[in-house]
Design a protein around this ligand. Structure first.
Ligand SMILES: *[C@@H]1O[C@H](CO)[C@@H](O)[C@H](O)[C@H]1NC(C)=O
Ligand SMILES: *[C@@H]1O[C@H](CO)[C@@H](O)[C@H](O)[C@H]1NC(C)=O
Ligand SMILES: *[C@@H]1O[C@H](CO)[C@@H](O)[C@H](O)[C@H]1NC(C)=O
Ligand SMILES: *[C@@H]1O[C@H](CO)[C@@H](O)[C@H](O)[C@H]1NC(C)=O
Ligand SMILES: *[C@@H]1O[C@H](CO)[C@@H](O)[C@H](O)[C@H]1NC(C)=O
Ligand SMILES: *[C@@H]1O[C@H](CO)[C@@H](O)[C@H](O)[C@H]1NC(C)=O
Ligand SMILES: *[C@@H]1O[C@H](CO)[C@@H](O)[C@H](O)[C@H]1NC(C)=O
Length: 409
């Protein structure tokens, strides 16, 4: 396909003009966020709704996926961000800042496939995360050059030990999502009959002789478990365990490492910035990932067997189950709009990032750098200055610890 910038620009101007003429800024109830074409296409041509009824070219989206799709009444829309952290963050932010959309009441359904730990789930399973962890945001030395006393070459930044909370914190290490909303999404997804295949069933049997991998042998199910983001597509027992340990460390042992993917933390950072800009409600985000492959080999395989030969058996059902389970979540929100979802689902857990940027105090990491007040402080010049004020910082043990490693000092 040849993509013409000038035609994209003029069609987005046209869309803007049409929206202006109709005096209609679009306010979707649900935005489905996918990452690439197969995940996109599984929603097209479905009986429940026609998401390709509207097509809006938006400046700033991925060159591969330059259009937003929506139903005729714009209640349900779809964004495809492109793969990897950079594409995911930029595409999401382009939408968040677009004047064509009013996203203040929109629910976000991140809907992609992923690797999964055979300790927690199996091919075709549908997972809903409370925590997203950017697991490779660490120091790394090649494992062939690591000290013998280290179990991995990944070392938390700003530390010289594996089990120490990172000292250099960038803000995207951990996101915590609204668990009350997650439980509603899980309940909706559980009404679906998940797809399975004989290919997946055959592949799962390779894990039959491994203690600890009983979950790999089951049939697809809906699971509450957490998700690890990294640009690196890793495979293997040792990296799997290393990032499982990172998940435990970064979340203060609250996260349950299960799915592995390359975008979610990036999408979440863009949505969180949208919340701070008062364009998005970060308590309305659902992170769903379906399992297409295992993150590690069974004892009868090598790490590269898993990578080179283990990616296909569960792929088809993982993509199908994005739609099979996800459509129940979308319909649940749209059908329950006036009774439940318009007003929002109140979170009882902390929701936000490791900085406490939108208020509250994270139950992981070194605590809020905004003293629980969050976004009001981000917008408050006086206090914002204080966070870059060395005198103020040196008087605050928490800030001192947090900024100790900042190279900008
Ligand atoms: C808008 O369209 C969706 C999906 O096609 C449908 O479920 C919903 O009822 C419609 N909403 C309104 C207000 O017409
Ligand atoms: C969905 O809408 C598009 C645009 O109007 C149309 O081309 C397509 O045929 C519709 N799909 C279905 C399944 O109705
Ligand atoms: C955005 O949408 C919400 C609810 O959908 C509405 O209450 C609000 O007035 C809208 N804001 C603007 C600027 O249109
Ligand atoms: C993960 O942590 C456990 C417990 O500290 C440790 O025994 C194991 O070696 C670690 N695994 C890796 C790969 O770092
Ligand atoms: C689920 O599997 C059934 C049986 O193989 C198939 O007919 C159906 O199309 C699949 N669902 C999707 C969404 O592909
Ligand atoms: C924000 O800054 C103003 C001064 O510009 C100050 O009076 C106010 O207390 C600050 N807000 C908070 C929440 O600290
Ligand atoms: C820096 O912080 C100190 C201690 O809170 C305060 O006395 C001083 O006025 C601040 N300086 C600036 C430039 O804001």
């Amino acid at each position: 396909m040849r993509f013409s910038l000038s035609s994209a620009a003029s069609s987005s101007l046209l869309a803007l003009a049409l929206a202006t003429v109709a005096n209609a800024v679009v306010s979707p109830k649900v935005f489905i966020v996918d990452f690439y074409d197969d995940e996109q296409n599984i929603w097209h041509g479905i009986p429940e709704f026609n998401i390709t009824a509207r097509k809006i070219a938006l400046p700033g989206l991925s060159m591969q996926y330059p259009n937003i799709y929506c139903t005729a009444n714009y209640s349900i829309c779809q964004l495809v961000v492109g793969e990897g952290e950079i594409n995911a963050a930029l595409s999401t932010l382009a939408l968040v800042l677009s004047p064509l959309f009013n996203l203040t009441s929109t629910y976000w359904l991140l809907a992609g496939d992923a690797g999964i730990s055979p300790k927690v789930g199996t091919l075709g399973s549908v997972t809903f995360a409370q925590f997203a962890i950017q697991v490779a945001l660490q120091y790394e030395v090649d494992a062939r050059e690591k000290p013998d006393s280290f179990s991995t070459g990944y070392i938390p930044q700003g530390t010289d030990a594996l089990n120490t909370y990172p000292e250099y914190i960038y803000g995207t290490e951990v996101f915590e999502l609204n668990d009350a909303l997650r439980q509603k999404a899980i309940a909706f997804a559980k009404t679906a009959t998940l797809n399975d295949s004989t290919d997946a069933q055959t592949f799962r049997k390779l894990y039959a002789n491994d203690a600890g991998y009983a979950a790999a042998l089951g049939t697809p199910s809906v699971i509450a478990c957490d998700s690890a983001t990294s640009d690196v597509w890793w495979s293997g027992k040792l990296l799997g365990e290393a990032f499982e340990n990172t998940t435990n460390l970064f979340t203060n042992n609250q996260g349950l490492y299960c799915t592995t993917q390359q975008e979610d933390s990036a999408v979440l950072e863009a949505l969180l910035r949208g919340h701070i800009a008062k364009r998005v409600d970060f308590t309305r985000v659902i992170e769903m990932r379906t399992a297409s492959d295992f993150d590690r080999q069974s004892s009868s395989m090598s790490a590269t067997d898993n990578l080179f030969n283990g990616q296909d058996a569960g792929y088809e059902i993982a993509v199908q189950n994005i739609y099979v389970a996800g459509v129940k979540v979308v319909q649940g929100i749209v059908n329950g709009w006036s009774t439940t979802f318009a007003k929002g689902v109140k979170a009882s857990n902390y929701v936000g990032d490791v900085f406490g940027s939108i208020g509250g105090t994270p139950s992981f990491g070194p605590g809020s750098i905004f003293n629980g007040v969050g976004e009001t402080l981000v917008a408050n010049t006086t206090i914002a200055d204080a966070t870059t004020n060395k005198t103020a910082r040196s008087n605050s043990p928490a800030l001192r610890r947090r900024y100790a490693g900042s190279r900008a000092l």
